[in-house]
Write a protein that binds this ligand. Structure first.
Ligand code: NAD
Length: 309
């Protein structure tokens, strides 16, 4: 393998996709950032007389994600000028451009079927030699590429970045059954040397290592809070800055992660554990499900455990 990574494509321009694109841009790598085509016009687009087939509408999600990088704190980019290395686009018009990149990173919603469908489309345009990885929080790497060719699968693995990608050093790398061992070594070296990551190799077990442990801790904390009548603020006071952990207050972290994503992650491990005692721990509390169905998704929707001002 031993190839250089100069160009990448990130598919999915949400919290993580935009942050990963920013980190790649910071490292000098030019990056396509692709998302789905919007199905509805915004009020501003309607007022401007645009139609759904206008390129600015079709590319709106990734374009808005890049604009969002300038407003996010802590800053995802070393400097705003680095954003010039990120090119926004949409999947329908621009997916074929992945034939020209060295690394494709899938960062769409945490749903096996959505990821499988996307990887089927990716393989149509993929050229051997290009690495393809998923940023899944815990869905099986092997299941994601079922039905794909052996050659594609030999180039595929999990690269689990943490939020926010520029600041979190940990990167879990999860090889699939067929991943080329040389590719694992090369990509690990690249992520350590060029992206400054600390790589931990994980097995393809539900939620890998970090989210298996982390989800356990968060769900137990949430349940204890409700049963014992603690408040969100009290729990954050004893798990955050006052405890010498400036970035890790429990519910601030969940708002940053996204409550929908956290629910998907909890449901994934619940669906995959067999032991009854483990099922009890990993069953998502009703209160969390209700928050998500109400659209309380955390910082990205403006309301989660905290209201964003
Ligand atoms: P998000 O909800 O912020 O963004 C998801 C993006 O995917 C959206 O922009 C959406 O339009 C796009 N999308 C949805 N369906 C698509 C499709 N079919 N094709 C292309 N794009 C599609 O989610 P996120 O928090 O960025 O999470 C993305 C992935 O990263 C998930 O697998 C998640 O588990 C993982 N992850 C999230 C975090 C976190 O802290 N949020 C941390 C590590 C890993």
């Amino acid at each position: 393998m031993n190839k250089r990574i100069r160009k990448a494509a990130v598919i999915g321009s949400g919290i993580m996709g935009s942050g990963i694109a920013a980190q790649l841009a910071n490292a000098g790598i030019s990056c396509l950032l692709l998302d789905i085509v919007p199905q509805r016009l915004t009020d501003a687009e309607m007022a401007a007389g645009l139609t759904l087939d206008h390129p600015s509408v079709r590319n709106r999600l990734a374009t808005a994600a890049i604009a969002g990088l300038f407003k996010t704190k802590p800053a995802p980019l070393y400097d705003n000028a680095f954003a010039e290395r990120i090119t926004p686009g949409n999947l329908e018009d621009h997916l074929a451009l992945i034939a020209d990149v060295d690394w494709v990173i899938e960062v769409v919603v945490e749903n096996l079927e959505v990821k499988q469908k996307l990887l089927t489309q990716v393989e149509r345009h993929w050229k051997p030699g290009t690495i393809v990885s998923s940023n899944t929080s815990g869905i099986s790497i092997n299941a994601m590429t079922e039905g794909r060719s052996e050659e594609f699968r030999s180039h595929f693995l999990g690269t689990h970045f943490f939020n926010p990608p520029r600041y979190m050093k940990l990167l879990e790398i999860i090889p699939g059954q067929m991943t080329d061992p040389e590719l694992i070594q090369d990509l690990s070296r690249f992520c350590e040397r060029t992206l400054g990551k600390t790589v931990v190799l994980a097995k393809d077990t539900p939620n890998f290592i970090a989210n298996r442990i982390g989800t356990y801790g968060l769900l137990v904390t949430l349940r204890e809070m409700e049963e014992k009548g603690y408040t969100v603020e009290e729990v954050d006071a004893v798990t955050g800055p006052a405890m010498g952990r400036p970035k890790s207050a429990t519910f601030r972290t969940l708002d940053l992660v996204g409550l929908d994503t956290f629910l998907h992650v909890a449901d994934n491990v619940y669906a995959n554990v067999k032991d009854e005692a483990e099922k009890v721990v990993f069953a998502a509390p009703e209160s969390l499900k209700q928050m998500v169905s109400r659209g309380w998704l955390g910082e990205k929707s403006g309301q989660g455990f905290y209201r964003k001002i």
